[in-house]
Every structure is written in structure tokens, then in C-alpha cells.
Design a protein around this ligand. Sequence first.
Ligand code: ZN
Length: 275
Amino acid sequence: MKRATTLFAAAGTLGGALTLGTAPAHADPTTPDIAATGTIVTATTGLNARSGPSSASARIGTLTNGTPIAISCRTAGEFISGTVTNTGYWDRLTDNSFISDAFVQRDAIDIPKCTTTTVAIPEVSGTWMLPVKAGLVSGFRTVERPVHDGVDLGATRNTAIRAVSAGTVIRVVCNVSRGSCDVDGSRSLRGCGWYVEVQHADSIVTRYCHMIRRPSVTVGQVVRRGTILGHVGTSGASSGPHLHFEVHVGAPATRANAVSPIDFMAVLGLTFGSA
Ligand SMILES: [Zn+2]
């Protein structure tokens, strides 16, 4: 099937109001500009909309054949052979979800490249809690710390750190640029110190950093919501005891799939305490 003739040809600047990782797919307060419109063409029951440009990214929703869509931008991703074309481009829709352009019948105009790396927050199942009861002392990708991919929670040394939901421990690591994770770290070091990652349902991975000693769980261990993973410390690149906590949409956890833990928990009705 070839691209349809022009359906819509509005131009415009792209999504200037979007911020990194702060817009849940189903509660996006902004309205990104529409670069193109199109229609889903799928021979199967539905095309999955994803949190990122790959079939391994978390599923956000499903679009049936004939669904009209509004595209805000495109990005390079997994190469897909589809019903309309074969391409490595994925379209980011105005709800921040991604679909392969291989299943989109649309006009042939150039769609602008995505200039922000928004990752949509999917609906998640199960019950959730906060990892520690403590004040929020540093936020996610703030103006002062644009590469801070998690939140810092000001818990005291030896506070128990709990799995925020059921899952499987996928990583237990000492990560420090020199020396040991069994001693207090410092700002002159790099690394997360002793840390744990837990994989949950719906491709969510949570990460817990700077533990005081080797975590109390092991890789492959199935944990419940509330299982103690380890204890608060200040190992690795850390200037004092706290929990650095990250949420990722997709495994493995990378910088590109980190989302705001504040926004993620807000969707679940949970709020980090004030410092
Ligand atoms: Zn941190």
C-alpha cells in the first residue's frame, strides 16, 4: 500500500512545552503541535502503542485498524516491516506514545524529528508503595541537575529500603569508580554504590542506590511489595546518607527510558514527602 495523498499538511514548531519524562501518556497537560495526521492500517487485532520506539518498550495501548492518529514527530527506532511500508522510523503521537510508521497511512510530507526524549508512563498493574518514608531532597532532571535521572530521598543511615511493588531482582551491583562500596563514598567518586534493580510487571524497572552494605537480596530473587532490599547508606557518588531512586520504563534500564519517579508515583496516588 502506498502513502495516501495529502491528508493534512499543517506545519509548525514541535512540542516546545514538553519536558523530559514528565508527561504521563494519559494525563498529558500539554498539547504538542500536530505535524501530520494518518490512519492505522493493521491486519491483526490491533497495533500496540509503546512507551518508546521499539517493540520491547512497554505497551501503552492498542490501536485498531482504521484509527485516526495525530503525529507530533518521528524518531529512529526498531526496523519494522509493516502493512504500509518497511521502516526504522517510529511516530510519536500527541499522547507521547510511539507507533511504528510502518503501519501508518498518511500523507508523504516530512515529519520533524523528535527533539525531546519524552518517555510515556504506561498504566501499571499491581499495588505500589514508596521505597522509604523520607523527604524529597532532590528532584528528577531539575534545572540545576539536568542529568539526575532519579530522585533523592533524605532517609537516615540504615533505614530499610523496600521494593515498591512485586517483582524479580535483576541486578545487585557495587558500582564505584574506585575503592569499595562498603565505605562511605564522596562527591569525588562516580557510581551508584551498592545498588539493586527490580523488574516489575509491565516492563517497569526500579533502581535503588547508595546502600550502606551488600544488599540483602540476590539476583533472581522474587520479591513482594515491601520486601527489604537493603539499607540506606552513602556508598558511591554520594555526599551523605540518602536513597537515590529511579524508575525506568523498559528493560534494561537506561538513561533513555528513565521517567520521573514523582510523576510515576503520582499516577498511582503516591506522593514523596517534603524534606
Ligand atoms: Zn540522586
